[in-house]
Design a protein around this ligand. Structure first.
Ligand code: ZN
Length: 344
């Protein structure tokens, strides 16, 4: 690791989908040897100081699988099976790591990983579409090691309506949680599982804010005031997250950063710094963290992949962020909110 790399815990990535689509036969070997496609693999994580994060189990729509990996599309589309396969990939990474990576189920395990130079893996579910309304599968995934869940991706399901709207748009794109969605929040609370509000529309967000007894956490979202993406958070939402003791992980996707909402990768690192500044002004230093969305978005060329993280911290330093603040953004705020959520 370069001496400038800051140890970083990251709120969201889609590595497991990349491995499931393109390296299903030997995912752990691909991860440790290096992957050409995408932003993440073990060698580049070490270069960038990426030392832990939430790894999303995500079942894309069938049309996406057909487009990205036509050879898999011949198999029947079984979303629940795909979820277990992706969790298995994460477990294989830990099992084949020779002590270099560990599936973490507690904040204490994450802290131990940091202290001993072991990559901390936390399993997260993005989109609960394949789960039941009674919480039985949620419990099974919890028992298998999953510690965080967002009920939605971009589409409606039995629990409610994921945020869905074109740029520019308000996050107020439809109805909130269904009755099953409200029960789901309570089931997740009862398991002490973290609930991710990143893909919720505004009504579902406020329903969750009213119902949940845990801190509100958006693992990979930015400031709507700077980029009017419906996936980004309004100042009122940021204020509610702060009041709950929660955290927002900043998303590195060009379309979530830029004022014009374009995917253009000619986006300076200063755009990420602007979102950090806005979140800090609105919420204070205890509530801002990183949520790259690596392998799920197009990043600024100035950042590139995970090995570019030291350039982001250099940009923050140039913008006046001192070491203590950068360490909160890089690790401390995630460590605190996970501990608080999981121990409740
Ligand atoms: Zn997402």
């Amino acid at each position: 690791m370069s001496h400038t790399a800051m140890l970083t815990f990251d709120g969201h990535n889609d590595l497991l989908l990349n491995l499931w689509l393109h390296h299903r036969d030997a995912p752990a070997a691909a991860f440790f040897n290096g992957i050409e496609r995408g932003h993440l693999d073990f060698p580049r994580m070490q270069q960038g100081g990426f030392a832990g994060g939430l790894f999303a189990i995500f079942v894309p729509p069938l049309a996406y699988i057909t487009q990205m990996a036509p050879h898999h599309a011949e198999q029947p589309y079984q979303p629940l099976e795909i979820m277990w396969q992706q969790l298995d990939i994460l477990q294989q990474i830990a099992a084949c790591s020779h002590g270099r990576a560990k599936l973490c189920r507690s904040a204490a395990e994450i802290a131990e990983c940091r202290a001993s130079g072991v990559l901390a893996l936390v399993a997260h579910i993005e989109g609960a579409d394949a789960l039941d309304g009674e919480g039985e599968l949620l419990t099974e995934f919890y028992q298998a090691g999953v510690r965080s869940i967002g009920p939605f991706w971009n589409l409606p399901n039995r629990f409610g309506y994921g945020v869905n709207g074109r740029f520019p748009a308000s996050p107020d794109t439809g109805d909130g949680l269904t009755a099953e969605g409200k029960a789901f929040i309570q089931q997740a609370n009862a398991l002490h599982m973290m609930i991710d509000v990143s893909h919720m529309n505004e009504k579902a967000f406020w329903d969750t804010a009213r119902l949940s007894c845990a801190p509100l956490v958006a693992t990979h979202s930015n400031a709507h005031a700077l980029c009017a993406q419906p996936r980004n958070l309004t100042d009122a939402q940021l204020e509610a997250i702060r009041a709950s003791g929660g955290v927002v992980g900043i998303n590195f996707g060009n379309a979530f950063l830029r004022a014009d909402g374009k995917r253009d990768s000619d986006t300076p690192l200063a755009e990420i710094v602007k979102h950090c500044d806005h979140l800090l002004r609105t919420m204070g230093p205890e509530h801002v963290a990183l949520g790259s969305d690596f392998d799920g978005i197009s990043t600024p060329d100035a950042l590139g992949d995970v090995s570019g993280l030291p350039r982001l911290f250099a940009a923050l330093r140039d913008a006046g962020y001192d070491q203590a603040l950068s360490e909160k953004l890089a690790w401390g705020n995630w460590q605190r909110v996970l501990q608080q959520t999981w121990q409740q």
